[in-house]
Design a binder for this molecule. Sequence first.
Ligand code: COA
Length: 339
Amino acid sequence: MVREWDPRTASADELRAMLDSLNAVLMADLPDDPLWQESYLREYLAETMPGERRISWLAEEPAEQGKPAKVLGHANVLLLGDIGVVELLIHPKARRAGLAREMLAQAARKTFHEGFSVIGAEVVGGTPAVTFFESVGFVREYTETRSVLRLNSVDWLTLGEMARGIGAGYRLEFCPGGPPDDLLDAYAKAKAELRDIDDGDLDLRPSSYDPQRLRASLDCLHRRGMKPYIVLAIHEKTGDVAGLTEVVVPAQHPTRADQYDTIVAQDHRGYGIDRAIKARMLFELRSAEPKLAEVQTWNAQANESMLKVNAELGFQADREWYEYGADVADVLRRLEHGA
Ligand SMILES: CC(C)(COP(=O)(O)OP(=O)(O)OC[C@H]1O[C@@H](n2cnc3c(N)ncnc32)[C@H](O)[C@@H]1OP(=O)(O)O)[C@@H](O)C(=O)NCCC(=O)NCCS
């Protein structure tokens, strides 16, 4: 029943069945999240960064006469760097029958044969995935809190003050689509600072720090139907990127945007840049993306200053979000021999 599946060549019916299953999972596990749309779904599932590969599997319920088959389970593993990142979705009506174990076994076997020794997964707190991944030997390595900001609850007057409350000598630039080519080097340099902070996460969603990789990453986002918006704080004297904040509006759920990196370079802290760039971003999003209703962000508990600014903007903590990791061979042993 489980078969390898390539979204690049999948039929429209298969993609639609995959979407129905994904939305059934969302309704069961994350009922406050927006449902996904079909727009750019194929590209979202198929496109990767150069050097990365995603391998996918489907489990289907046999089709009734004249009707397309229903998707009961979907798994994929993204092979990146030295880790395979697995995603698993089992339709609520097909749960507790061992399907996730079967699909994970396929993904882990492939990951192992491709030469990877570590496997990771993002797991949403308060869902059955926590017990599932722990039951097959995954260990929780890192915890973040997801917070959501509802644009209709924003105090735009206060936000205006925040956007203007930046120290002298800096100017803000709004860059829909990504940083302009002439700022790419300075942008990559600012992002490289973040790389030096080892906060213990598993890098399941690695950031890009050199100009070439950054360009490739922006191209990949566009191909996947995910539109990046950036606000930069430029230090006028040096032309340095003193701060940046990135938000992505995905075609698959355009009412809820994802906050990516926000960085204020070490030498430029204490000038109100974090507040100002995020506040300016919300103003820009309000006019550029009329359908947008919410922005979601993920922060480590230890990142107190960012949590404080997010709370001032109106973000409200929603759920814990975990990174789990495991030794692939160990997971396989458990799944294949019950060890
Ligand atoms: C987690 C998930 C993959 C499990 O799928 P499943 O097919 O039901 O899992 P299995 O039947 O293979 O379960 C294997 C073991 O996991 C554990 N487990 C799974 N679901 C569980 C639950 N609801 N409560 C307690 N244990 C659970 C049990 O140990 C189970 O073994 P058992 O049934 O013999 O007790 C599925 O619930 C799912 O798709 N969740 C959504 C995943 C996700 O990413 N959600 C967030 C984004 S939308």
